[in-house]
Design a protein around this ligand. Structure first.
Ligand code: AMP
Ligand code: ZN
Length: 475
């Protein structure tokens, strides 16, 4: 497959060519573990998952690295505001590491429930302080850093390409100088590589360094850890669009200043926001929805995954419970169709095999083209639906559906197997009971409606002396 991705660096769709044939190095910025991930954050990780699954299905060996930020991230992505981890620990009466541990576990629980593939390498910032110090030393040796007021800063004026990713000009940065100005900075856009003069008296996590006891600035962890696991240059880096102007801009400056190799990363992919009530969902505002909140409303995490796949990652996506309900209904009819297809394929006695391989291939190709074209999941889903609506009945059709699901990750195989059938049995048994109760109350309209709606799904009810039994037929 020939992928093309919209590269934020240069703002155009370009053909994907990895540095090493057949291999891809991918770094996706991970969570800051001071609170639960919100469903907007999960949009970012579903994009990473779709990317990794697509590349692997196409035969690439993908090394996927994700960081866990457990130190140094201030509430403003630049150097102002409060330390997110410390604030959370204080509020909850716990240590920073206890908070980090608790929310890291909660994060991976959400990832599993969303069927997001685990990264190959998961690395914690606090376990890579020596790598960060080494990298900062290189930056300093190459003349890009200065020490002022107890902190070590990156001097953006020494790095002419600063702001290329965000298409920022140095003058814009000066004009947009932040309200909480740090007097030690030579330029408003300079950022801290290493803090020794903590603004926070209760800074519990500190390490010795050539610049004194202290802790790293936030951005350096991604430069240090990505290079440790993927080399000084690698293929793809991803994150939400909020990371373009500060975090990723600073990561590039640090990395290229340290190694002198440009470009540090070949392709930059950024997901747009999930919005609710016209505003960006954010953890720091405290107004956000978690995956668990959706589960508590009776949704399956995969309903939310389906909802996300219905939008292209570069478009803003408006979340509402109504649209999630729509996604749930679609996912349910998708499961029903696959279950019926699996039943037809498994029922050798009466089944007729229909549909040609060429007919199936048309949809597989359409699906592949959609994915290759900057991971267009809405179009890919439409191809899957197109195939199912053809009404082909053959094991090859089922195989094509499962193959598409290697990328979509909707656990479609479960729909064709017993686990899903058990769920179906439970649902039908409940409806049979409801029908019996309606009959007892002489509400024959409701009783007939239940029988009819099941019949439309290929479920036939038979009343006998020992109660009602059901059987499934091929539609
Ligand atoms: P954080 O844990 O705050 O560092 O964010 C984790 C990831 O979620 C980053 O890639 C962010 O850019 C991304 N992100 C944050 N808010 C949203 C949102 N509302 N919609 C989509 N992605 C988001
Ligand atoms: Zn990062």
């Amino acid at each position: 497959m020939a992928f093309s991705f919209f590269n934020t660096l240069g703002r155009e769709k370009t053909t994907f060519n990895p540095l090493q044939e057949g291999k891809v190095g991918f770094y996706g910025c991970g969570p800051t573990v001071y609170n639960y991930a919100h469903i907007g954050n999960l949009r970012a990780y579903v994009l990473h998952d779709i990317l990794v699954r697509s590349l692997r299905r196409a035969g690439y060996e993908v090394n996927h690295v994700m960081n866990i930020t457990d130190v140094g991230h201030l509430s403003d992505d630049a150097d102002s505001g409060e330390d997110k981890m410390i604030k959370s620990a204080e509020e909850r009466g716990k240590s920073v590491l206890e908070i980090a541990d608790f929310y890291t576990k909660a994060f991976f629980n959400d990832m599993d429930r969303m069927n997001i593939t685990r990264p190959t390498v998961i690395c914690k910032a606090t376990e890579h302080i020596s790598e960060m110090i080494e990298l900062i030393q290189k930056i300093e040796k190459n003349g890009y850093a200065y020490f002022a007021g107890g902190n070590l800063y990156f001097d953006i004026s020494k790095f002419p390409a600063y702001g290329e990713l965000a298409m920022l000009k140095l003058d814009d940065l000066k004009a947009g100088a932040r309200i909480e100005q740090d007097e030690n900075k030579h330029n408003p856009g300079d950022f801290v590589l290493w803090f020794t003069k903590s603004k926070f008296e209760k800074q519990s996590l500190v390490w010795d360094s050539p610049w004194g006891r202290g802790y790293p600035g936030w951005h350096i962890e991604c430069s240090a850890m990505s290079m440790k696991y993927l080399g000084e240059k690698f293929d793809i880096h991803a994150g939400g669009i909020d990371h373009i102007p500060v975090h990723h801009t600073n990561e590039i400056a640090q990395s290229e200043a340290a190694t002198g190799k440009k470009p540090w990363v070949s392709y930059w992919l950024h997901n747009e926001f999930l919005v609710m009530d016209k505003g960006k969902m954010s953890k720091s505002s405290g107004k956000f929805l978690t995956l668990q909140a959706l589960v508590d409303e009776g949704f399956d995490p995969l309903d939310y995954r389906y909802f996300l796949l219905g939008g292209h990652y570069r478009s803003q996506l408006a979340f509402s419970m109504e649209s999630l309900q729509g996604a749930r209904n679609s996912r349910k009819s998708l499961s029903d169709k696959i279950r019926a297809l699996a039943a037809k394929c498994g029922n050798s006695a009466g089944s007729t095999i229909t549909g040609s391989q060429e007919g199936i291939n048309r949809y597989i190709e359409g699906f592949n083209r959609a994915i290759e074209d900057d991971l267009n999941t809405p179009r890919a889903l439409a191809e899957l639906w197109g195939l199912l609506k053809e009404g082909f009945a053959s094991p090859e059709t089922l195989a094509a559906v499962y193959d598409m699901d290697k990328i979509l990750g909707l656990r479609l195989e479960d729909s064709g197997n017993n686990a899903e059938n058990e769920e179906l049995s439970r649902e039908i048994e409940a409806l049979i009971t409801k029908r019996a109760e309606a009959k007892k109350a002489k509400d024959f309209t409701t009783a007939d409606k239940i029988r009819q709606s099941l019949k439309e799904r290929g479920i036939i009810l038979e009343d006998g002396s020992s109660g009602t039994v059901w059987r499934q037929i091929s539609l």
